[in-house]
Structure formats: C-alpha cells, structure tokens
Design a protein around this ligand. Structure first.
Ligand SMILES: [Fe+2]
Length: 277
C-alpha cells in the first residue's frame, strides 16, 4: 500500500486498518524503519509519528518475548527495546506529551511493563542520567514485573476483593522476578533491584522485605513512582482509569511515605508540563 492509498482511505473517513497476522513481521520492520530513519537525521519532521511507531514496536516485541517464556530471548529483546526507547527520549524534537498521548492503558502485564519502562526513561532523563543509564533503566522497567508471568491470570485479574492468600501470592512477584533474573550475569544490580524493590516504600510499609528509604535502590525508587502512576491511570478489572491530575493528587498525599519525595516532585512536574502544553 502506498502513501496515496492511505490518503484516499483517510479522505473517505477510514480511521483504522487491520493487518494480517502473516504480515506482522513486515509491519514491524516498517515501524522500525520509521524510527531508524528519524534517529539518523538531525531534525525529525514528524516526532509524534516516530513516538507512536516506537510504542507499537515496544508493545509487539515485548508481548511476543513475554509469551516465548525464553529468558535469553526476553533479555535480548528488552535490550533492543531499551536502546530504541533511550534514542527516542534523548532525540531532538521529542516531546513527553507525544508519548503520553499514544500509550495504551489496558491491564495486560506487557502493556503495563511497556508504559512503566517509557515512564522510567522519562524520569531518568529528567533527573540527569546518561543515555547509557537511561537505556538500562528502561530495560529494568520492561522487566520489573517479570515475576507476574508466573502467577495465575485469574488471581492477577480478579475483579473483586483479594483473599489474604491471593494477596500474598501476588506480593511474591518481586521475589519471583528477582530470582529469575538474578541467575543471569548480563543485568546490573540496579536492574535486578528494580524487579525486587519496586513495591518497597520509604516508610518501610512496602513489600517484599519492608526495608526503609536508605535501603531502597535509587533505580527502584524511580520504578516505584511511575509504577503506581501507571496503575492508577490504566484500566483495571475492578475500576476505570483515573485522570492524570487525580492520580498525582493521590500520590502527592503520600509523598515521603510511599515515594521518594524528590523523584515524585520531578514526576509531577513532567506530567504537569505535558498537560499544560
Ligand atoms: Fe509489580
């Protein structure tokens, strides 16, 4: 299909196109070409389209990597996606608002992980991490909930109140993910701690260990802030998504107790700047 064909369909009011499953690889290659072409030229004319293409690539590659159950393949994919995302976030013309506009907000673990990874990248860039660190932080974000893949879907997506046993089962996912990743030698300690400590809180009321602020890794603190924001602003089986404004209000009320106060302030600034633009 050529650009003129797309224009003709658009002029007739067609807003959505379906792609045959057998053409998926070709479509992914096309999206990567859009992203690569944009990154290889100094000024990108359509940064919003590039951001949308990167989001589609990340979602698709991560979904198949999670489904494969093969950790070598998963880490290789996560590294590739981390590089693509870090390039996007640090490129000229990139706007966080473009990214927020294209993210999906269902409750699939791969969508949540992709969104958390993008948010981790935004917060890391804003707090002065280098491109190389941003790439690794994004990879940690993609892998932070890996342990959930070993927990039954019916518990993760249960619409009603969780029993104590169900809650304890879900609360095991940081430990499960950490154990699965810690066997490897190609991830950093910070990345492993993003999986292990992203539900810890500075006041010691988090899990799995209930450690306090000084014992929580800085990368895990980044992951914790954006993880909660992502969860609040996405669909859950038992509720609709909250507005960004409401999510920020709820999080600000727990500043210092549940979140690192400086990282939370920085995150709020990023979101407010996107909403204002
Ligand atoms: Fe989690």
């Amino acid at each position: 299909m050529e650009a003129e064909d797309l224009e003709r369909l658009r002029s007739r009011g067609v807003k959505q196109l379906f792609i045959r499953h057998s053409d998926r690889a070709q479509y992914q290659a096309y999206l990567r070409t859009i992203a690569d072409t944009a990154f290889s030229t100094k000024h990108c004319h359509q940064p919003g389209a590039v951001t949308a293409a990167v989001n589609e690539v990340v979602l698709d590659v991560l979904q198949s990597a999670f489904a494969s159950g093969n950790d070598d393949h998963l880490i290789e994919s996560a590294n590739e996606l981390g590089t693509l995302t870090a390039k996007l976030i640090t490129s000229d013309g990139f706007a966080a608002g473009d990214l927020l506009n294209v993210l999906r907000h269902d409750y699939a673990t791969f969508t949540h992980s992709a969104n958390v990874a993008f948010y981790c990248g935004l917060l890391a860039a804003e707090t002065g991490f280098s491109s190389d660190e941003i790439q690794k932080i994004v990879v940690g974000g993609l892998l932070h909930d890996l342990g959930k893949l070993d927990i039954a879907e019916k518990i993760l997506c249960k619409p009603g109140r969780l029993s104590e046993w169900e809650f304890r089962t879900i609360a095991m996912h940081p430990t499960i993910g950490f154990r699965r990743l810690a066997r490897r030698s190609d991830l950093t300690a910070h990345q492993l701690l993003m999986a292990y400590q992203h539900h810890e809180r500075p006041d010691g009321q988090g899990y799995p260990t209930g450690c306090v602020a000084e014992d929580i890794d800085p990368w895990a603190k980044i992951c914790s802030v954006v993880d909660v924001f992502e969860a609040l602003t996405s669909f859950r089986p038992y509720r609709s998504p909250m507005s960004r404004k409401r999510a920020i209000e709820i999080m600000a009320a727990e500043r210092g107790a549940a979140f690192d106060p400086e990282l939370l302030s920085c995150w709020i600034r990023i979101i407010q700047n996107c909403s204002a633009s």
